[in-house]
Ligand binder design. Structure first.
Ligand code: HEC
Ligand code: HEC
Ligand code: HEC
Ligand code: HEC
Ligand code: HEC
Ligand code: HEC
Ligand code: HEC
Ligand code: HEC
Length: 509
């Protein structure tokens, strides 16, 4: 078992921010260890602790990691009244104690109440902060790779369009491999005259670029790997990053997700990798390296797969000149930041997305010029899988402004940038129910409130849910999403409803 590597990664140092790319000169042979601007850093993340979880799961996650930056309590609280899946991590399956597991989440599916004998009030037991109290991890296998999504090989659900999903019907060649077929590693290039790179690897292999300079096992803090953009603390080798997920740890039938055990010949090894790294995703991993828009074929070499001719050569070896790669065109867009990941329902909200490859140019086959511009739309997908396409209000290579329409129902959504068949990494957008009082009427000390977005009540002094009238906290007798009834000592003044998502006040009639 590996020791906890994650905490010693010097986490912030792993992310290289690459902006002033154009001022740096690059050798024709790309150095091993690729830049780390897209996707998850090429690391091993084992035996995570709560603080590691919060490094990513917070409102300002590290750049380039497609984590949902919604306020974490809200992400949990939006699940109230939703259906509990079969493999749920909820700690209390039967909160009402009737012997039948609940089918919908309620406050006490996750929380425990205790009666405080000195204050004579119920309080939340403070055990709800340690992620690993509820979310499971097993040695090497992280929370993420123990999910139902990972078991179903829906790797794209979190990793997005930089990869393909196995079994989704994408193109994998079946013709006989040849001199120009890439290998994962170990291929001696047909270009005899070209020396190997600094890690001793020849072109024609994935690890010609995705490698550590010394070719040794990645050791955080020990190998400072130079990249075109500075130093990166720890880039691991491909077998370490993939095996380090723990995906196949307990189930050796899963080795075949990535290795074709029936076909030992190394000529064919890449075909199993193509289960996730299909031609259509590999040929669309590109980047703007000189600030004039993404132009696959006219970028600096060494920053992506299709930026320059020598990038093709990195995988295919045996240099030849082809202008554009088959199935390339819509460079895969990635979203790195969102101006807001939680918006209130009921009003139009404009959000700004930052990232890369939102637009790109394509070489015009007739003129040879890069004068065809393709752009992304924004796709919102709800929990049931219903997708809505939103046309951006404005778009550039690195920025999209989009209006989330008032009519969008409250809930957790997946938001992606989509360009033809290329769909980028999923971000999450939360639309909170707007708490709104339409009337508050009081008679004989009984306050009746109607409105919307009241969500659920939990009778505990610190639950964040309550109804007050001129400072007095009422004794709640009924509470639904649209109606509340509570008892007070007298009537009059202003009534306020507090829910886990927000508050609203109105004067009492
Ligand atoms: C390197 C960044 C990173 C770290 C560290 C991390 N997460 Fe995540 N996590 C993600 C991303 C990215 C996703 C997918 C997008 C999302 O749901 O935010 C995700 C998703 C999840 C999900 C949703 C899974 C599903 O089925 O949809 C859970 C639960 C979760 N993480 C828990 C944890 C816990 C617990 C820890 C600490 C043990 C942790 N994460 C550490 C990045 C991270
Ligand atoms: C799916 C599990 C889940 C459900 C259901 C749930 N909670 Fe929570 N709640 C959490 C977690 C986890 C945290 C702590 C998150 C964190 O520390 O980032 C939390 C935090 C809180 C907090 C502290 C507030 C804060 O901002 O940190 C309160 C109060 C609370 N919950 C009340 C409620 C009430 C009331 C309900 C029902 C309406 C409810 N919870 C339903 C999981 C849940
Ligand atoms: C008290 C139990 C509990 C704790 C503690 C807890 N969670 Fe959760 N969390 C849940 C449950 C239950 C779900 C819903 C999925 C399920 O049923 O397995 C959930 C869902 C999530 C999701 C996916 C939410 C979505 O959008 O659907 C993320 C991400 C997540 N938790 C991260 C964390 C992180 C990070 C922490 C620690 C800071 C944490 N959780 C602490 C119980 C908990
Ligand atoms: C629930 C979200 C989620 C799912 C589903 C998921 N991953 Fe990951 N993956 C992550 C997160 C977050 C990290 C970084 C932290 C960690 O390892 O848990 C990661 C890290 C990785 C890494 C190492 C980082 C790198 O860039 O090399 C590999 C390889 C990987 N995942 C492969 C897979 C494969 C293969 C599948 C599908 C069988 C899959 N993942 C499904 C979220 C997910
Ligand atoms: C010519 C050098 C080169 C070769 C050869 C190469 N890559 Fe890449 N690859 C890159 C660069 C540069 C990036 C962009 C990294 C970034 O911006 O984070 C990249 C990005 C990726 C990504 C996106 C996710 C990530 O972590 O950056 C995947 C997946 C990937 N490469 C897979 C492969 C596979 C599979 C092979 C072999 C078939 C391969 N690459 C060969 C240079 C190369
Ligand atoms: C998620 C994908 C994935 C899974 C699952 C996986 N591997 Fe690998 N494996 C890789 C990658 C990537 C490499 C590096 C290939 C290269 O560079 O030639 C590799 C390399 C290897 C190697 C040669 C290098 C080394 O580590 O010694 C062996 C042997 C191997 N895997 C065996 C296995 C076995 C056995 C299993 C099942 C228990 C397995 N792999 C599961 C992706 C995977
Ligand atoms: C079951 C799906 C799957 C298979 C099969 C697979 N990979 Fe990957 N690979 C991933 C995921 C997921 C990532 C991480 C993408 C990201 O950074 O978010 C990844 C990333 C990579 C990268 C980019 C560097 C990095 O670590 O992020 C390389 C290179 C790579 N894989 C090589 C291989 C090779 C070689 C094979 C075949 C031996 C292989 N992969 C098989 C899922 C897979
Ligand atoms: C990251 C590695 C990588 C890079 C870089 C790359 N390719 Fe490919 N390419 C592949 C893989 C893998 C295949 C499938 C090979 C197989 O299975 O036989 C492929 C297939 C092809 C094919 C055959 C397509 C078919 O229909 O079967 C052509 C032609 C091609 N590439 C051209 C290019 C050109 C031109 C470039 C540069 C603009 C390029 N490739 C860059 C990995 C790469």
């Amino acid at each position: 078992m590996k020791k906890s590597l994650f905490t010693s990664l010097g986490f912030a140092a792993v992310f290289i921010v690459g902006t002033a790319v154009s001022s740096i000169s690059i050798a024709a042979v790309p150095a091993p260890t690729v830049v780390q601007n897209q996707g998850i850093p090429d690391g091993v993340f084992n035996n995570l602790q709560e603080s590691d979880c919060r490094t990513c799961h917070n409102q300002n996650p590290p750049a380039g990691i497609p984590v949902n930056p919604t306020y974490l309590p809200n992400r949990h609280h939006l699940l109230v009244d939703m259906t509990i899946p079969a493999d749920s991590d909820r700690p209390n399956p039967d909160p009402d104690g009737d012997g039948i597991p609940n089918t919908l989440y309620e406050c006490l599916s996750c929380h425990v109440l205790e009666f405080n004998t000195s204050t004579f009030m119920y309080e939340l037991v403070q055990n709800f902060r340690n992620c690993l109290g509820c979310h499971e991890q097993a040695a090497e296998a992280t929370v993420h790779h123990l999910t139902a999504l990972a078991a179903a090989q829906d790797c794209k659900a979190c990793h997005g369009g930089l990869i393909d999903n196995p079994n989704d019907g994408h193109y994998i060649p079946t013709y006989q491999p040849s001199l120009v077929t890439p290998w994962p590693s170990g291929k001696v290039s047909g270009d005899d005259t070209v020396p190997p790179n600094s890690a001793g690897t020849f072109a024609g292999n994935c690890n010609f670029c995705h490698n550590t300079a010394d070719g040794q096992t990645g050791a955080p803090g020990l190998n400072q790997e130079p990249t075109q953009l500075g130093s990166i603390a720890s880039v691991y080798q491909n077998h370490e990053t993939h095996h380090g997920t723990g995906l196949a740890l307990a189930d050796s039938t899963r080795c075949s997700w990535c290795h074709d055990l029936t076909q030992p010949s190394p000529d064919y090894a890449i075909r199993a990798c193509e289960n996730c790294h299909g031609v259509s995703s590999l040929h669309n991993i590109t980047a703007d390296t000189d600030g004039n828009g993404v132009m696959p074929g006219a970028e600096l070499p060494g920053y992506s797969h299709t930026g320059a001719q020598s990038d093709c050569w990195g995988c295919h070896g045996n240099n030849g000149v082809i202008l554009s790669a088959p199935m390339s065109g819509p460079a895969i867009p990635s979203i790195a930041s969102m101006s807001s990941s939680t918006v209130a329902g009921g009003i139009d909200s404009t959000i700004t997305l930052g990232g890369m490859n939102f637009t790109n140019y394509i070489r015009n086959p007739w003129t040879g010029a890069f004068d065809i511009l393709v752009g992304s739309t924004v796709q919102l997908t709800d929990a049931a899988g219903n997708a809505t396409l939103l046309t951006p209000a404005s778009i550039t290579e690195g920025m999209i402004e989009v209006v989330i329409p008032a009519a969008t129902a409250a809930g957790n959504y997946q938001l992606t940038a989509k360009k033809g068949p290329s769909e980028g990494n999923p971000m999450n957008l939360t639309i909170t129910p707007q708490v709104s009082i339409s009337s508050a009427v009081c008679a004989g000390g009984t306050l009746a409130i109607t409105g919307s977005g009241f969500n659920t009540y939990l009778d505990a002094s610190d639950s964040g849910t309550s109804v007050t009238m001129d400072g007095e906290t009422g004794n709640v007798t009924s509470w639904t999403g649209t109606q509340i009834e509570a008892g007070f000592s007298s009537c009059g003044g202003t009534a306020t409803v507090n829910t886990v998502f927000g508050s609203d006040s109105a004067s009492v009639n």
